[in-house]
Design a protein around this ligand. Structure first.
Ligand SMILES: [Zn+2]
Ligand SMILES: [Zn+2]
Length: 228
């Protein structure tokens, strides 16, 4: 039996998604198919924001995040490391904590020295790190949602550009955008007061959250119509 535990980190979540969904993902879906599911559930989460429905937002945010992990798993991207490289307890654009991008409007990225002792050990700590870098009191939930949509578009763009030419720089752009998407998932969760680690632990307590098998045995057509 596979599960995600409250003290687990992004690497554990990548391992969980690979163990439970790796087989059907590899057999039934191209990376573009996986990406379109990530987009579908991200947009459903945004609908939850517009409707003021926190349950809808929470559930679809978790499903969008798990499809996002599947996107990272396909080309074997270590998301845990990439998130830390891009957000080493500091904003990646202004190099400050809390972020001061609105004040100093950086045009180039600063050289940052990482303090390894500050690296989050779990998704819970990663979410807390993003609250420190980007405090939720500085934005509305709707603004956090718009930012998530923007990053969803950038993930999609980076993947499509790479699929067209397969250049190394284009691959590295994908990893940057995947890390930025994580920061926005955390931002929405912080703005909506959702404890992502607790919710993931509750959803993924026993293999696939729907069929409870590993590998997941949910039918392709069922997944295509799946909604909440
Ligand atoms: Zn900043
Ligand atoms: Zn299943």
């Amino acid at each position: 039996m596979y599960k995600f535990s409250y003290n687990h980190n992004i690497s554990h979540l990548q391992g969980f998604v690979e163990s439970v969904y790796g087989l059907p993902d590899n057999r039934l879906y191209s990376i573009s198919d996986i990406l379109s599911n990530q987009q579908r559930f991200t947009m459903r989460a945004l609908k939850g924001i517009r409707k003021g429905n926190k349950e809808k937002l929470k559930y679809n945010l978790l499903i969008a995040f798990s499809w996002h992990i599947a996107v990272a798993n396909r080309p074997h991207i270590n998301l845990e490391e990439k998130v830390w490289q891009r957000f080493p307890m500091l904003c990646s654009y202004c190099g400050r904590r809390p972020c001061e991008c609105k004040i100093i409007k950086p045009t180039t990225r600063p050289k940052i020295t990482k303090k390894e002792s500050l690296k989050p050990k779990s998704i819970k700590e990663t979410q807390e790190m993003f609250e420190k870098i980007y405090p939720s009191k500085t934005r509305t939930l709707a603004e956090a949602g718009v930012h998530l949509a923007e990053e969803m578009g950038e993930v999609s763009e980076a993947i499509h550009v790479f699929l067209g030419e397969h250049k190394e720089k284009q691959f590295s752009d994908i990893t940057d955008e995947l890390a930025d998407y994580v920061s926005c998932i955390m931002g929405v969760a912080n703005s909506a007061k959702i404890d992502l680690a607790a919710e993931l632990a509750s959803l993924f307590s026993n293999n696939c959250h729907v069929c409870h098998k590993a590998p997941c045995e949910c039918k392709f057509s069922y997944v295509a119509k799946f909604s909440s």
